[in-house]
Structure formats: structure tokens, C-alpha cells
Design a protein around this ligand. Structure first.
Ligand SMILES: CC(C)(COP(=O)(O)OP(=O)(O)OC[C@H]1O[C@@H](n2cnc3c(N)ncnc32)[C@H](O)[C@@H]1OP(=O)(O)O)[C@@H](O)C(=O)NCCC(=O)NCCS
Length: 187
């Protein structure tokens, strides 16, 4: 099943990626490549429009078997991505991951988008836990999790190799009951 469209606010929505988004995806990454590559190694200096197309073709191919990756679209233009890189449906466990083109950061777009997807996972996928993992130095990403009321459950030491060095990974999660009880103003 292709992921459903999800409204975020008057100008922003999540919708499935399409192969024809390749130029827009490439543009979104390259509009602040270092901003993304610093934390996500796939966006390094070797990123090309063909790599963008490969990612999009993979999404289209794997949507029928349950892949969850959405384009974040602002005023009709894809400017970021939010997806579920790992899940254990039998245990109700889903992890979300995200990035946003640099010119669109600092407006609350990812906090609102991550809130809507977290809500959707609890409602539509019977999630019991939703997780977010970030390199421990990635303060903006950790701030999204913290703003949404996720709890820092632990730090996996030296668990990711990025740019020639080992990095700690901070793991956050929120449970179904915690999400239901949180203050709505957080999103
Ligand atoms: C991490 C990342 C996705 C955060 O995206 P973002 O849209 O800027 O994050 P938010 O939506 O939470 O924006 C938060 C900022 O917007 C501000 N903001 C403005 N309006 C807001 C609103 N209505 N609601 C919430 N925050 C708002 C907040 O004050 C906050 O600023 P601060 O961090 O300076 O205090 C983005 O920085 C990114 O793509 N980084 C590179 C890739 C990456 O690291 N991905 C994560 C890998 S784990």
C-alpha cells in the first residue's frame, strides 16, 4: 500500500515520492548539501541526480510491500523527506528518520511533520513505541524528538561511522500511552 497523503498545515503536506521528483529531490539536497551530509553520509559529495532517481525508484518499487517514505512538500515543492527506516511490526516498534532542505529549517516544519507521522503510526499501524535515533552531536534533530516529548532512553557508544570517525548515537522513544497523554501544544 502506498503511504497516504497527510496534511501538515495550510502550505505543507506529506505525500508519496515519485520517480519524476528526481530533479526536485536533488535540488533540495544540494540547496544545503553540507547541512545534510554532516549527519547523513548518503548526501556526501558523490550525490547525483541518478542517486536521487535510484532512491525514488526504490520507494515506488517497495511501497506495495509496506515501505514508508514521504516527500515533505511545501507549496507544491518537495523540500525534505520523512520515513520509517526500521520497524518491528510484531512488537509495535517503528523508527522515524528525516531531513529537510536547509532553507526550510527553523520554521517548525519537521516538528509538525514528525508529530503527524507519529500520530499516524500509533493510529493506523498499531504502533506501541515510536523511536528517533540521532548522532549525539546532532542538536537540531534531538531537539525535534525532545520537543515532541520523546524520552532519551540511552546512548549507544561509537555505534555509527561517519566522516572518518566513530560517533555515539542518542536513542529516543515515546510509547503509545505517553503519546496519548502528552500536551497537545507540543506539536
Ligand atoms: C534536524 C532537522 C530535520 C530539523 O528540521 P527543522 O524543520 O529545522 O526542525 P523544527 O521543525 O523542529 O524547527 C525547530 C526550530 O524552528 C523554530 N520554530 C519556528 N516556528 C516553529 C513552530 N511553529 N513550531 C516549532 N518550532 C518552530 C524553533 O524555535 C526551532 O528553533 P531552534 O532549534 O533554533 O530553537 C533539520 O535541521 C535537518 O534536516 N538537518 C539535517 C539532516 C539531519 O540531521 N536529519 C536528522 C538525522 S537524525
Amino acid at each position: 500500500m502506498t503511504p497516504p497523503g497527510l496534511a501538515i498545515d495550510a502550505t505543507t503536506r506529506l505525500r508519496p515520492w515519485r520517480v519524476e521528483d528526481a530533479p526536485a529531490l536533488y535540488e533540495a539536497v544540494m540547496s544545503g548539501q553540507e547541512h545534510i551530509a554532516r549527519w547523513m553520509s548518503w548526501a556526501d559529495g558523490t550525490y547525483t541526480i541518478d542517486r536521487a532517481r535510484d532512491f525514488l525508484a526504490g520507494c515506488e518499487r517497495e511501497y506495495p510491500s509496506g515501505r514508508l517514505d514521504w516527500a515533505i512538500e511545501v507549496e507544491g515543492v518537495p523540500v525534505g523527506s520523512l520515513g520509517v527506516p526500521r520497524s518491528e511490526p510484531a512488537h509495535g516498534e517503528y523508527e522515524i528518520g528525516y531531513w529537510l532542505a536547509e532553507p526550510y529549517t527553523g520554521r517548525g516544519i519537521m516538528t509538525r511533520s514528525a508529530a503527524v507521522v507519529t500520530d499516524w503510526l500509533f493510529d493506523q499501524k498499531s504502533a506501541h513505541r515510536v523511536q528517533i535515533a540521532a548522532l549525539s552531536g546532532n542538536t537540531p534533530s534531538r531537539a525535534v524528538a525532545e520537543r515532541l516529548g520523546f524520552t532519551l532512553e540511552g546512548v549507544f557508544r561509537q555505534s555509527r561511522f561517519n566522516r572518518g570517525a566513530w560517533h555515539d548515537m542518542a536513542w529516543y522513544a515515546i510509547t503509545e500511552d505517553e503519546w496519548a497523554a502528552r500536551e497537545p501544544s507540543r506539536a
